[in-house]
Design a protein. Structure first.
Length: 333
């Protein structure tokens, strides 16, 4: 019962909350195969607005409304700034390696910063942090305006940053003035795109006849959605595993929720339905489970395998790197 109330509250909360966010992720890596050694992305409400990497060496808009917002000079100056970051990340990763007394191997150095804006309270919050090899390294407490070393190896940098009053003031100004101003401007320009709703296409997938049945929704926007299995009008919790909401590379999102039906008689499968709810849309999308509608590798093996083999490693790596921090931050809150 408690669990049920809890889930219900989460659902109400996620539907009502109107927060906007501006996030920047800079990632420097060494010896990660087939991954650029420096990548920078910016996101507004989790929608990518620009891309830069060491191969293109250009900051490029990812949304039509971002093209309109700024002229060539803007993109040129962003390009210069990011070329500078690319150089300093090369140095940063070397410094981190020496502080952790490492000589070579695969390493990832990340910087994440941005701000969030609660549309209802009007409150802004900022954050700024560094990570190394997937763990927190150094965090700016934006309320107190002081750096905190999460790892002892970051002590030296922490002290340097805390003694640099000019830089601290600059950062404070960024998180309380400029970042909120940019975020408001972006949300304003991108309004028709950011406030839209796209409904997903939903399919049933199953690896083999004994594995769980996955209800997979893809192509939805925004990334505030709920999906669950229902039987006789009630949500099924036993044997259900919910996946996370993941980005597609066209600005939409996908998610899936698996159910283990191995102990359910085949004639009862049709009592189960998969329900998808999108924030801002009243009607739910309901798909009743029918055996005939389940896609499996048994019939589509020729099609699925080559695509998965090419796309899966890239997707896994990108999702890992970009979202390690996103999740960490959410967990902290
Ligand atoms: C970008 O980084 C990758 C990975 O280290 C490297 O293979 C590639 O040559 C770099 N590109 C340029 C233009 O330096
Ligand atoms: C389908 O995939 C599962 C899991 O990868 C595997 O065990 C099964 O043998 C596959 N079925 C066919 C017909 O290849």
């Amino acid at each position: 019962m408690l669990k049920c109330i809890f889930l219900l509250l989460i659902r109400i909360y996620s539907a009502a909350a109107v927060t906007h966010s501006l996030k920047y992720f800079y990632t420097g890596s060494s010896q990660v195969k087939k991954f650029p050694e420096f990548v920078a992305v910016g996101l507004v409400d989790d929608v990518q607005i620009f891309h830069y990497d060491n191969n293109t060496q250009r900051c490029e808009p990812k949304q039509d409304w971002m093209k309109k917002i700024s002229d060539d000079d803007y993109w040129q100056s962003e390009t210069y700034i990011l070329q500078g970051y690319q150089q300093s990340f090369k140095t940063n990763i070397e410094i981190a390696k020496s502080r952790f007394t490492q000589t070579g191997g695969v390493h990832v150095f990340q910087q994440m910063y941005g701000c969030e804006w609660d549309d209802e309270t009007g409150e802004f919050t900022g954050y700024y942090q560094y990570g190394y090899d997937g763990e927190d390294l150094l965090i700016l407490d934006t309320k107190e305006n002081t750096w905190i070393a999460v790892k002892q190896q970051a002590e030296i940098t922490k002290n340097k940053r805390n003694n640099d009053k000019f830089r601290l003031e600059w950062d404070k100004n960024y998180f309380y003035q400029r970042c909120p101003a940019w975020l408001k401007k972006y949300v304003d320009y991108g309004r028709s795109s950011l406030m839209r709703t796209d409904l997903p296409s939903v399919s049933f997938l199953q690896k083999s006849s004994s594995s769980p049945v996955s209800c997979h929704a893809t192509g939805f926007y925004p990334n505030r959605a709920e999906m669950f299995w229902r039987k006789d009008g009630e949500e099924v919790l036993d044997g259900v595993v919910k996946g996370e909401i993941l980005p597609n590379n066209d600005g939409t999102f996908q998610m899936s929720v698996d159910i283990d039906l191995s102990s359910v008689a085949p004639e009862d499968w049709s009592k189960y339905e998969c329900v998808f709810q999108l924030s801002g849309v009243k009607e739910e999308i309901v798909h009743r489970l029918e055996k005939i509608r389940i896609w499996s590798n048994e019939s589509n093996i020729m099609m699925i395998i080559p695509v998965a083999a090419v796309v899966a490693p890239i997707v896994v790596l990108c999702v890992l790197i970009v979202f390690i921090y996103y999740q960490k931050k959410n967990r902290k809150r």
